[in-house]
Design a protein around this ligand. Sequence first.
Ligand SMILES: Nc1ncnc2c1ncn2[C@@H]1O[C@H](COP(=O)(O)OP(=O)(O)OP(=O)(O)O)[C@@H](O)[C@H]1O
Ligand SMILES: [Mg+2]
Length: 316
Amino acid sequence: VQPFKILLSGSRRIAAGDFDHRIILRSHDELAELADAQNTMTSLFVEIKNNLDEKVRERTQEVVRSEQLASVGFLAAGVAHEINNPLASIAWSAESLESRLHELLHQEDRSQEIDPDELKILSRYLKKIQEEAFRCKGITERLLDFSRLGETQRKQQVNIYDSVNDVVELVRHLGQYRSHSIRFEGDQELEAWVSPTEFKQVVLNLLTNSLDACEADQEVHLRLSCDRTYFQLIIEDQGCGVTEEVMQHLFEPFFTRRRDGRGTGLGLSITYRIVQDHSGTLVPESPGPGQGSRFTLTMPLNRYSQEMNYEKRQAA
Ligand SMILES: Nc1ncnc2c1ncn2[C@@H]1O[C@H](COP(=O)(O)OP(=O)(O)OP(=O)(O)O)[C@@H](O)[C@H]1O
Ligand SMILES: [Mg+2]
């Protein structure tokens, strides 16, 4: 009876998941043979299971890598396209300038003053070259920000009110927004688990978008609040609003309808990626053109709920 009991309880232990367990019987009979067979089967099973685990790990890595490569390709195609237009403009303006200069320098009558109209044209081309070159610079700078995401500063416990306030104060003193009015209110003690630089980048992108959509006499309003597990930052403006068409493409890289024509269209796609990396959400709303817009940013307060959220998303 004793060997039979050992065999039974051992089998149960293995069945319950203890694959390191081996059944030892010293009876030298058929039961012992059965125990040996069981042990061999368990070892074989463990080996197969380990192989499968390894395969799953490899496949997952492959999928992640190919997704990363695909997004790099997507971005690279976009960059090439976006930088091509301003570069063509630069090349074309420089060419025109050169031939104008050539004509001026080889004029028959050198003593004559240069025609003021001619000077105007020259300066227009020069201006165009500068503008377009700066546009290219803006795009490449933003892309560098994009590629540095995740490797900047690690997540840590950050006072969210102070972070938002730093950005608001910084923007307030930027020349182009000096006459705009920005109002910010919220819980001054609020802390959360975020990457400090990335979080500021999010606030900066959302705030400058709102300011760009506003005339100088219109206000941008930021409100910070929290409940038990999440904090929320609402950025609301009375600006030009978002049309249905713009709403659909808002988060796409290189999509821009900025009114001054100086956008790279990368702000919101960078923002989106950071928010996702913090297991948060960003919801845009607008009653329509001319009626302002509101962006609601929601992020988990602590590390634990971020990780829970991440796992839930992975499982979905
Ligand atoms: N608060 C807002 N009100 C109205 N339109 C907005 C607002 N925020 C974003 N948009 C629209 O979404 C577009 C994309 O925004 P995004 O920040 O990605 O790029 P951008 O602001 O054009 O360029 P950059 O970020 O380089 O300044 C903007 O061009 C604008 O048309
Ligand atoms: Mg922007």
